[in-house]
Design a protein around this ligand. Structure first.
Ligand code: GDP
Length: 528
């Protein structure tokens, strides 16, 4: 087997998504402990924004610091190289998460057994479904009382529209939690309530649940219950089928308690066997396959330097094909020029190291002085444009004004760079040249104002603007487009890429525009 194929087969690149507080950070940390990437619990910091912390801004800075460190966490396990891509849980940063999901090959969804499927989980899984990303579900916090296992499975099927197949099943919960039965490997895994976090689990081969021995391990009534429930599981759910999972048609489910490091290893052992290796990625031109000779990749995230004295940013690039090499000339496709990278970085938990080579599935951090935008392609020379890295039509809008006339250059530069990072979207209205910022969440307005001041020495003020939605428009018929632009002059703007945008004041205005101009297409993501 060629070297590149060997390396590709070793890689698993995935993301963990959850509603805040379901246990994503805790689970990530336990996975890293298994891989030996970290030694102690508590090493992975939660990148949650606590809305009412002492100062939101300090919280934002703290979070940004952590989020550089935790953007990608790699660890080795059973001879494989596993890359976890971190996704912010806060809903105002959902766009960031959506874009990160374009760089993973599979996803683990964490659900709190007591809270069930929460809102943020629904939105994130919807994006995974659209992209046909294979999903494993981890039901967490079984050491607490929660919903009945079957009810929860129904909820997952209904709200997340996933077909599920439990591969482990809990034995009681809360005070009565005895452990899980691993249906994938036919093993009984016993939970010791007062066991230390890092202690080995007690795992017993147990192929036949009718064996009276089971009663000895978990007690008579729990044993009866487990037998009955496993019988139902086998009857109700389809048999596990790896192909169905990889095609995103079936989601295996595991139960456990991340904080107790319980049930995590069962999931990880299964994950490494079934999760897809780095997958091909579509470009506008053609499908890019990982095993191709030539290197190609795309930027899915940009992170500004925390130190205001250095304007550097880190662009996170997912390698999609070939081998990325340090100090090699590559083509920055959008700018049409060659660049090389002398200190590309990889991330092992909180450690950064310079890498000489990276393979498909890997993520490298490229130091950037303002050349990259989200979605940019880097190749060995071929003009490729990776697809599926969308901007979403924003729902919150404000006019942005320059509050310090002497600093207009700084303001424009700052706004440009923050938009490249994907913090928000900037529209310039054709009729009066006014600048409007659109975001998916309200927190971004604070972030922009704060960062403009701290990193660019510029100050901005906001003014309310009455808008319901901004959507991109396109049309094949020149005459119809011309008429539309003429009639809706006041509502036309351009985004920072020069694309046409329609600003709708209300849902009704949008509907009217759609009805009156049937030849115009209205798009709610910038990918079309
Ligand atoms: P995130 O917001 O999804 O990253 O959630 P965290 O990992 O920060 O966890 C949120 C809270 O739930 C923390 O206080 C954790 O200690 C707690 N937690 C995580 N896993 C478990 C678990 O298995 N059982 C219990 N009882 N608490 C847990």
């Amino acid at each position: 087997m060629s070297k590149i194929l060997k390396e590709i087969n070793k890689r698993r690149t995935f993301g963990i998504v959850s509603h805040p507080d379901a246990g994503k950070t805790t689970l990530t940390e336990k996975l890293l402990l298994f891989g030996g990437a970290i030694q102690v619990a508590g090493a992975v910091k939660s990148n949650k924004i606590k809305r009412h912390a002492t100062s939101d801004f300090m919280e934002i800075e703290r979070q940004r610091g952590i989020s550089v460190a935790t953007s990608v966490m790699a660890f080795k396990y059973r001879g494989l190289k596993i890359n976890i891509l971190d996704t912010p849980g806060h809903k105002d940063f959902a766009e960031d998460t959506f874009r990160t999901l374009t760089a993973v090959d599979s996803v683990i969804v964490v659900i709190d057994v007591a809270k069930g499927v929460e809102e943020q989980t629904e939105r994130l899984v919807e994006v995974c479904r659209m992209r046909k990303t294979p999903i494993i579900v981890f039901v967490n916090k079984l050491d607490r009382e929660g919903k009945d296992g079957f009810d929860l499975m129904d909820e997952v099927e209904e709200k997340l529209q996933l077909n599920v197949r439990p591969l482990s099943w809990p034995i009681g919960m809360g005070q009565r939690f005895k452990g899980v039965y691993n249906l994938y490997e036919r093993k009984l895994v016993l939970f010791r309530p007062h066991g230390k976090q890092e202690e080995e689990e007690e795992v017993i081969e147990f192929t036949d649940l009718s064996d009276p021995e089971l009663d000895r391990y978990v007690g008579e009534s729990a044993a009866e219950e487990l037998r009955e429930e496993v019988r139902i599981v086998e009857e109700v759910y389809p048999a596990f089928d790896r192909e169905a999972y990889v095609n995103a048609e079936l989601s295996p489910v595991f139960f456990g308690s991340a904080v107790n490091n319980f049930g995590v290893k069962e999931m990880l052992d299964c994950f490494v066997e079934i999760a897809p290796t780095p997958l091909p990625r579509p470009t506008e031109e053609r499908m890019v396959r990982p095993e191709e000779d030539q290197f190609a990749g795309f930027v899915f995230k940009i992170h500004a330097n925390m130190d205001p004295k250095h304007r550097d940013r880190i662009a996170f690039l997912r390698v999609c094909s070939g081998i990325f090499q340090r100090n090699t000339n590559y083509l920055h496709v959008r700018q049409g020029r060659k660049m090389k990278f002398s200190n590309p970085t990889s991330f092992m938990a909180s450690k950064k190291t310079v890498v000489d080579e990276a393979y498909p599935g890997d993520v490298v951090g490229l130091y950037d002085s303002g050349n990259f935008k989200i979605g940019d392609s880097v190749t060995e020379g071929e003009e490729l444009h990776f697809k599926g890295i969308p901007s979403f039509s924003p729902e919150q809008f404000r006019y942005v004004n320059n509050a310090d006339p002497l600093k207009s250059k700084q303001l424009n530069k700052g706004l440009d760079q923050l938009m490249d990072e994907g913090v928000a979207q900037l529209f310039t209205r054709d009729s009066d040249g006014r600048k409007i910022i659109g975001t998916v969440g309200a927190l971004q307005f604070d972030v922009i104002q704060y960062r403009l001041e701290n990193e660019y020495g510029a100050s901005c003020s906001y003014e309310p603007v009455n808008l319901h939605k901004a959507c991109w428009v396109s049309c094949d018929d020149d005459a119809a487009l011309k008429e539309f632009l003429q009639r809706r002059k006041r509502d036309i703007a351009h985004d920072t890429h020069g694309q046409l945008v329609f600003l709708a004041e209300s849902a009704w205005a949008l509907k009217m525009a759609q009805d009156n101009h049937p030849k115009i297409q209205f798009h709610f993501t910038s990918e079309f």
